[in-house]
Design a protein around this ligand. Sequence first.
Ligand code: PNW
Length: 468
Amino acid sequence: SASQDEPGELRFPAGFVWGAATAAYQIEGAANEDGRGPSIWDTFSRTPGKVYRGHTGDIACDHYHRYRDDVAIMADLGLASYRFSVAWPRIQPDGTGPVNHRGLDFYDRLVDELISHGIDPVVTLYHWDLPQTFEDRGGWTNRETAEAFADYALAVYGRLGDRVKTWTTLNEPWCSAYLGYSSGRHAPGVQDPAAAFAAVHHLNLAHGLGVAALRSAGAQTIGITLNPASVLPLDEASEADQAAVRLVDGLHNRIFLDPIVKGEYPADVLEHLERFGGTPWLRDGDTALINQPIDVLGVNFYSPTYVGVREGAPGNVEEYPGTEGIEFREPVGPVTDMGWQIEPSALTKLLTRIGRDYPGLPLLITENGAAYPDGPGPDERVTDTLRVNYLDGHLRACHDAISNGVDLRGYFVWSLLDNFEWAEGYKKRFGIVHVDYMSQRRTPKDSARWYREVIRRNGLAVAGGTEE
Ligand code: PNW
């Protein structure tokens, strides 16, 4: 355990899983190959003004054709595990229609390639690329989307379930619901708070129906990935600020975690929803369907959220409807290229809190990482000291959480490759491996070499941050 540390080393528990993560639309390209249908991100990225310089995922990292090279890079890093997502529109081009076997063939090849290199696949079934046909009928505001998700999950499980042990249903439903249907910064670009809350519920329902389907089909380890916010008060001592924390925590965290883990929506959240048309989408028995036992909770973490009550503050009403009068503090101190504040201790607090309030649930960091512009290179070497510092600090934060008794089982860096960063297009680079989008050449950055060393020693050198 964390107590076995040798002097000069910060060791992780034996069997701690070291991985890297990606998502289909961000890396695959091959948007029109082998029968793939259009997704909401194809539509959105083609809508003028939505994505930086009109970038799309049409080609991305061309991973669809280069996956063998990419798996070789993973093997060279010593990754124990690789988290990727399956593109629903490759499997069911029309959303609900017959299964497209050529789409499944790709993931079949990928899984075989991973396993032959000793890398354990972790599948995300939905990382935001909803088949467009659903959106034409209301997308996640329509209950039928949730019902269809379970059929899709079974189709993927039927092909990969003999080799894939770990399954997660959704990636960051907070983003799908609030960025997709309230702020409109992500696909499908709707701006309607009531629609966002309907989407929350149908995403929760999709998760629950998906878990039940995977469970009855025999899946071994099943979970979901959230991006729980580490919501902190501007003033620890202020009761008003603590109330602001509770509201934002309710809208971001408990609205997902409570139905999933405890089988009920929190009373304070339900009361807040009365301001947005209530819960017309909630049917008897829904929370029981959502409340399926899960084996693991994936946590994506990048940055803290500081809030407090301040008179006249506009709130962040696009992402958190009804937060007028709450100040969301601008980042303080160093930020990444996303403008996101860097504060590793907020990750320790978050993990410790989840461990306390939702006990008995093994946790995985399914994403953590930082965007930084290219430093020198990319020739032989890409120097990304700031990314190494970010990762090093957050791994220490994970280690602190484990020392606090948190059941954290693994860590997946976001991301293996520079990739299509959603509304930011290819402008933001999250990879530990550089991608030259003209030549598709991959160049492991210094952070990749550093990560290989972390994996090799199952921990960090206390001096930290550099190779031996
Ligand atoms: C997550 N925000 O996305 C996703 O799971 C990844 O696909 C993504 O590349 C990564 O984090 C880095 O952004 C988010 O604006 C994108 O609040 C945007 C936001 C949050 C998460």
